[in-house]
Design a protein. Structure first.
Length: 121
């Protein structure tokens, strides 16, 4: 359990090192860096002033992988900002600020490609 109330489902970490589901709950102004194995992220920014900055794994190490990131609960003005490590010059930060905001990203090893984008803003 990390200070930002990250609750990785430890029983969902398999022998191949893949984490199939990670749940992140923002309890204030928080930051979280994804590992290359965290391919599905569910986020709760439940209260008015809760913000989360979620950083993608290195684009070169994520080559060939899809990453699904979904905001499952927002009340008030909670917001999640999705950023990269600065290793993709074309990537622009994304904001998930509504319940059910969802993005599916693919890494080709050089850049992040939005395969699906269901963001309200």
């Amino acid at each position: 359990m990390r200070s930002l109330a990250k609750q990785a489902m430890q029983d969902d970490i398999h022998d191949d090192g893949v984490v199939y589901l990670t749940y992140v709950q923002a309890d204030g102004a928080e930051t979280y860096s994804m590992s290359v194995y965290e391919t599905t992220i569910l986020i709760s920014a439940g209260h008015t002033s809760n913000t989360l900055t979620l950083t993608l794994p290195p684009v070169s190490k994520a080559k060939g992988k899809l990453y699904s990131i979904r905001q499952v609960l927002v009340t008030g003005s909670g917001i999640t900002t999705l950023e990269d490590l600065g290793d993709d010059a074309a990537f622009t930060s994304l904001s998930l600020d509504e319940t059910a905001d969802h993005v599916l990203l693919y890494s080709d090893g050089y850049q992040w490609i939005a395969v699906f984008n269901n963001l309200s803003a």
